[in-house]
Design a protein around this ligand. Structure first.
Ligand SMILES: *Cc1c(COP(=O)(O)O)cnc(C)c1O
Length: 388
């Protein structure tokens, strides 16, 4: 038998598009079910009719996800020119975007405005003046501070002002020729309490009343994100959040309701992703079992910092006897430990090479990955489930 010719080899080779992304089968990887994310969007949109749903792109900026969400009627919340471009590439119209980063580089505001963005969030007089200069005539929302109580990932005091300060800032905005559109806030991510919206909605209504007393006509209330992924299964349902928000709006605004929007990130993509990891090794450290995974804090699981987000774990050894384990990541950074203060119950049979699936990890897992941290790549994504 003679060897095939080069032509024969080429003719029999499978047609491959060298630019097509190949499914990653090695670990670690994020398995992202875009169809599930679109389903979560629809559930939120159906529960809050009349409220605009703006997906927070930072939660997971995968282009197929953005395109599918846009096609389903979802809008976007962006925080940088790169995110503006990602939203536009997905098909969004720039005037539908909320640019929600309260502290922005001047050049970024100029760039976003040139791309057609016309709604910006501010939370200081300095930033308001900057927007008035860099994006004259645009609409602004002033961000109110919240306590973050009830959330697993509170947003601290980095952003937001009091109602009195918000009123001053929006009056300044009007004075500078901006449209003082209204107020925004965020109740903290993975918010477990549907009642958390009541206090900031009431505060927002006070700001609206203050503006109206000056003859201004605020029209937009941005209710932020915070809708949880079902990590433990005991989180309230979407309907509970929707009815608590509706009740809060009626209690504070009466029949004079402003236009509203929400900015869910985790609530749309959290449950749609699973981080698939392999056990690097299981070792005994003075009587404590340490399970080392090939994914860690610096390669996708940053939300395990301070053990804030307690992801559900599934393993290829589930069913057998379990014991408490510390769970650690693969880099040599001593902070690369996922769960230690409250160890996880994992199968005693777990060993090198076994698979550990980290569920509800579709949000904030591919976006923080540091390129090449300690030589470990950022988390690659493989699309699973129904093709959209
Ligand atoms: C991150 C962020 C969101 C999304 O928050 P989730 O808790 O993931 O819903 C919404 N709005 C703003 C301004 C954000 O910074």
């Amino acid at each position: 038998m003679s060897l095939p010719t080069v032509e024969e080899v080429h003719a029999s080779a499978e047609p491959t598009d060298p630019t097509a992304p190949r499914p990653v089968t090695s670990t670690p990887r994020l398995e992202l079910d875009v169809h599930a994310a679109v389903g979560a969007f629809s559930a939120l949109a159906d529960a809050l009719p009349g409220t605009g749903v703006h997906y927070a792109v930072k939660a997971n900026p995968h282009p197929v996800l953005l395109r599918s969400l846009h096609q389903a009627g979802c809008r976007f919340d962006v925080a940088s020119p790169a995110e503006v471009k990602a939203a536009l590439a997905a098909g969004a119209q720039p005037e539908t975007l909320v640019y929600s980063n309260p502290v922005k580089r001047r050049s970024d505001i100029v760039e976003a405005a040139a791309l057609g963005v016309s709604l910006f969030v501010v939370d200081s007089p300095q930033e308001t003046r900057k927007v008035a200069q860099a994006a004259p005539g645009s609409s602004v929302l002033c961000r109110l501070v919240t306590s973050g109580a009830g959330s697993d990932w509170p947003l601290s005091r980095k952003y937001g002002v009091s109602t009195a300060e918000a009123l001053d800032i929006l009056l300044l905005a009007a004075h500078l020729g901006l449209d003082p559109a209204g107020v925004s806030f965020h109740v903290g991510s993975q918010q477990r309490d549907p009642g958390a919206w009541a206090t900031p909605v009431a505060a927002s209504a006070r700001v609206f009343a203050g503006l109206r007393a000056y003859g201004l006509r605020p029209w937009l209330l941005d209710l932020g994100g915070g809708f949880p992924a079902r990590l433990a299964g005991d989180e309230p349902a979407v309907a509970d959040y929707a009815s608590a928000i509706r009740t809060a709006l009626r209690a504070s605004f009466g029949s004079d309701l402003p236009r509203t929007l929400i900015e869910p990130g985790r609530g749309i993509v959290g449950e749609a992703g699973t981080v698939v990891t392999s056990v690097v090794e299981v070792v005994d450290r003075g009587g404590t079992r340490w399970v080392f995974l090939d994914c860690g804090v610096f390669t996708g699981l940053v939300e395990t910092l301070e053990e804030a987000i307690r992801y559900p774990l599934r393993t290829s050894r589930d069913g057998g006897p379990v014991g408490p384990c510390v769970v650690a990541g693969p880099t040599c950074d001593s902070a690369d430990v996922l769960y230690q203060n409250e160890p996880r119950m994992l199968p005693l049979a777990l060993a090198e090479g076994d698979e550990v699936r980290i569920d509800c990890a579709g949000a904030y897992s591919t976006c923080y990955s540091t390129v090449g941290f300690n030589g470990f790549d950022p988390l690659p994504t493989t699309l699973v489930g129904q093709v959209v």
